[in-house]
Design a binder for this molecule. Structure first.
Ligand SMILES: NC(=O)c1ccc[n+]([C@@H]2O[C@H](COP(=O)([O-])OP(=O)(O)OC[C@H]3O[C@@H](n4cnc5c(N)ncnc54)[C@H](O)[C@@H]3O)[C@@H](O)[C@H]2O)c1
Length: 306
């Protein structure tokens, strides 16, 4: 691509996290220079220890030239619902601090990992009005607005990628209300009973981590190497799956002793039932982003990643 930087520079916040770590590795494997920051140290992966709320440390840690900031650092949904003050401090005030430090970094592109939780209702498409009904969703909308305003002021060229629930996540459950979807799969493979914490008939929109990271990577390539037009907000592809179907498919893959038990968790159910169960992504389709075709694909992705 004429004029494009052969080795672009990405700043990845939240680089010690699940998706941030995978994305940083993917970018490096495709010849990007990655500066990863996170408040959780991860020196093995070259992550610089910095809290996004700490302007002085960020000022020292951030390179002078950045082609794109991929803003993944955040607290997750269930944790935010229990700790709203901390949620707004990290997800909103932290984003404002990050933008403050970016003011003299040459107006980089910025791609924020936003969420399906900005919506409420049966179905959402790219331009459905936001109507969050959780502290997490509200914090994501507020961060999106801060980025839009920083874009208006010429500090960054901002975009928000609204991700559906990413499953299957390895290791212990995250602070997300949707963590149960990953736990159902992990329990099934471990021979433990499958607990369904939401009412019958609940749909959830899912993407595999591989597809989510591939899509964030493609958006970064589109913004930086191809310099193509990307909308300011974009729904990232996912598939709507009935939670009871997930349970049945997990059960089919599990040892014969594994049972399905419905154990409604009112806090989880309140958050998850407020998210859209239908998901349209016309801009992502136009940009050629990837989509899992079925929950079986998502299970296969988990098995492949080990
Ligand atoms: N995983 C999902 O299902 C999902 C769905 C939709 C959106 N998202 C968004 O994607 C992003 C990444 O999610 P994830 O699943 O990898 O979460 P994660 O918890 O694994 O990673 C988030 C990282 O942010 C870091 N962080 C938190 N507060 C920080 C602070 N003040 N300063 C610096 N670093 C801080 C954490 O230490 C963690 O490493 C988040 O923005 C999340 O809201 C995730």
């Amino acid at each position: 691509m004429p004029g494009s930087n052969p080795q672009p520079v990405a700043l990845v916040t939240g680089a010690s996290g699940f998706l941030g770590g995978m994305l940083a590795a993917k970018l490096r494997s495709r010849d990007w220079v990655v500066v990863g920051i996170d408040r959780v140290p991860q020196p093995r992966l070259g992550v610089v220890t910095a809290d996004i709320r700490d302007v002085a440390t960020l000022g020292r840690a951030l390179p002078r030239h950045i082609d794109i900031v991929i803003h993944m650092a955040s607290l997750l949904s269930a944790f935010c619902e229990k700790n709203p003050a901390e949620a707004f401090d990290v997800n909103v005030a932290g984003t404002a601090k990050l933008l403050e430090v970016l003011a003299d970094r040459g107006q980089p592109a910025l791609l924020m990992a936003s969420s399906i939780a900005v919506f409420n209702g049966v179905r959402a498409t790219d331009d459905t009005p936001v109507r969050p009904s959780s502290a997490y969703g509200t914090s994501k909308v507020m961060a999106e607005l801060l980025i839009a305003d920083a874009t208006r002021r010429g500090i960054v060229r901002g975009h928000a990628a609204r991700l559906p629930t990413v499953a299957v996540r390895p290791g212990p459950p995250s602070g997300a209300a949707s963590a149960f979807a990953s736990t159902m799969v992990k329990n099934a493979f471990d021979g433990t009973d499958i607990s369904v914490p939401v009412p019958a008939g609940q749909q959830i929109v899912l993407t595999s981590p591989t597809a989510a990271v591939e899509n964030l990577y493609r958006l970064a390539e589109t913004l930086v190497r191809e310099r193509a037009i990307v909308p300011n907000t974009i729904n990232v592809p996912g598939i709507a799956v009935d939670v009871d179907d997930i349970a049945q498919q997990c059960r089919a893959a599990a040892p014969a002793t594994v049972r399905i038990r419905r154990e409604i968790d009112p806090e989880v159910a309140a958050v998850v039932t407020s998210w859209p169960a239908g998901w349209d992504c016309p801009s992502a389709v136009r940009l050629g982003l990837q989509q899992d075709t079925s929950f079986a694909d998502i299970l296969a992705d988990y098995r492949l990643r080990g």
